[in-house]
Write a protein that binds this ligand. Structure first.
Ligand SMILES: *[C@@H]1O[C@H](CO)[C@@H](O)[C@H](O)[C@H]1NC(C)=O
Ligand SMILES: *[C@@H]1O[C@H](CO)[C@@H](O)[C@H](O)[C@H]1NC(C)=O
Ligand SMILES: *[C@@H]1O[C@H](CO)[C@@H](O)[C@H](O)[C@H]1NC(C)=O
Ligand SMILES: *[C@@H]1O[C@H](CO)[C@@H](O)[C@H](O)[C@H]1NC(C)=O
Ligand SMILES: *[C@@H]1O[C@H](CO)[C@@H](O)[C@H](O)[C@H]1NC(C)=O
Length: 342
């Protein structure tokens, strides 16, 4: 273009000075024209700049903002248990089944790879760094707004016996309990690059609340029982306000009174505590003379009941035994009417 214009002006030189001046005056570009020319000549540079800008913004979104958005989506999701079962207890593991609901307000429905979480006990808002157990989480494909997470009969290895014991104590005694699940996984969302995310979710759920409402229904005294054979039987009524199912094995409790100390023991075989009201057959050996010696003016005996042992498959379970021993149940029993009814 430059050279063509040069030829043009040199050929016109002969044509006269005025012509040339007039032409120069006419061709002097306005500001708008300058801009127009600039774009005409450098359109490709602008296209490249635009594309580069678009790419940078997109890449920033995908590689800088997206991981933050993905992480925030994980952080904002809340978890609640519909059912939580601890079965087949042993010295080093329990069989765990979980039915959980993950709630998220996010419109994104990503998929999380299967991953391991460590379960930590939270006491008075402080998360223990020690691990209760590891749980293998399945692949989770999120739905909006709730996602069901199901784990069936998974062997959960006890990582730290003290933590499991503290967990069992809190479950037995407290109204509610908080645990924290921590892990790392990969998040997939459509064709977007895979993001690494931290899973760090706290869950508060109802616990056994000290078995409040414990009672013995249909108590029966058997005067004919041979020494060492159960002479008091009945049904233990144990309310469970939580969604927990706990298998304890054979549980033996001590029965005492303030007046006479230890007066006997009571046993529940194949103790499985289910959600709701539990009615479990119980048999006891009670020293009747000591029991009668503890009767007050109204004919009542105030029984102090403390769990001692939990044995599953012939194995003592120290974490459940420590929990049972840490909690006292009291029950007023009308011994006079009980003995009078025989
Ligand atoms: C979870 O942990 C177990 C045992 O440490 C391991 O074998 C398994 O591969 C882990 N699973 C995942 C998804 O990381
Ligand atoms: C998880 O969150 C809790 C509370 O915000 C924090 O104390 C803990 O260090 C976090 N854990 C990880 C692994 O980030
Ligand atoms: C136990 O049951 C008896 C009989 O149904 C009732 O009178 C008593 O109040 C109950 N005790 C407790 C602690 O609920
Ligand atoms: C119950 O059994 C104990 C221990 O065998 C015995 O001392 C007590 O007299 C028995 N009581 C009744 C009412 O049979
Ligand atoms: C319960 O008490 C009776 C009588 O004192 C005793 O013979 C028995 O061994 C005790 N049972 C357990 C499991 O401790």
């Amino acid at each position: 273009m430059q050279s063509a214009r040069g030829d043009e002006s040199s050929s016109e030189r002969k044509g006269g000075e005025i012509d040339q001046v007039e032409e120069r005056y006419e061709k002097k570009p306005t500001f708008g024209g300058k801009v127009k020319n600039h774009y005409k000549r450098f359109w490709w540079a602008h296209l490249i700049a635009f594309c580069a800008g678009f790419l940078i913004v997109s890449l920033c979104l995908v590689y800088v903002a997206m991981p933050k958005i993905a992480q925030k989506g994980i952080d904002d999701a809340t978890l609640s248990y519909t059912s939580l079962k601890f079965m087949k207890p042993s010295l080093d593991s329990l069989t765990l089944s979980v039915d959980a609901l993950q709630h998220s307000d996010s419109q994104f429905t990503p998929t999380l790879d299967a991953f391991n979480v460590s379960m930590h006990l939270v006491t008075d808002g402080i998360t223990s760094e020690k691990v209760i157990t590891q749980i293998g989480m399945p692949q989770i494909h999120a739905h909006h707004p709730d996602t069901n997470i199901v784990i069936t009969d998974q062997k959960a290895t006890i990582v730290d016996m003290d933590q499991v014991t503290a967990f069992a104590k809190q479950v037995l005694v407290q109204e509610s309990i908080e645990v924290r699940m921590e892990g790392k996984t990969k998040l997939h969302l459509g064709a977007l690059p895979v993001n690494s995310v931290n899973y760090n979710s706290s869950i508060t759920f109802k616990a056994l609340n000290g078995m409040k409402g414990f009672n013995i229904t249909e108590p029966k005294v058997n005067l004919m029982a041979a020494p060492g054979e159960p002479n008091l039987t009945g049904m233990a009524l144990i309310p469970n306000p939580s969604v927990l199912t706990v298998e304890l094995g054979t549980v033996m409790m001590h029965i005492s009174t303030k007046e006479k100390g230890l007066i006997g023991n009571s046993t529940i075989d194949n103790f499985v505590l289910n959600p709701g009201q539990n009615l479990l057959p119980m048999h006891a050996i009670v020293d009747t003379s000591l029991a009668l010696g503890s009767v007050d003016k109204q004919g009542m005996v105030n029984m102090i009941i403390v769990g001692q042992t939990a044995v599953y498959n012939g194995v003592h379970l120290p974490y459940y035994e420590a929990a049972l021993q840490s909690h006292t149940l009291t029950l007023a029993v009308n011994l006079q009417s009980l003995l009078g009814s025989i």
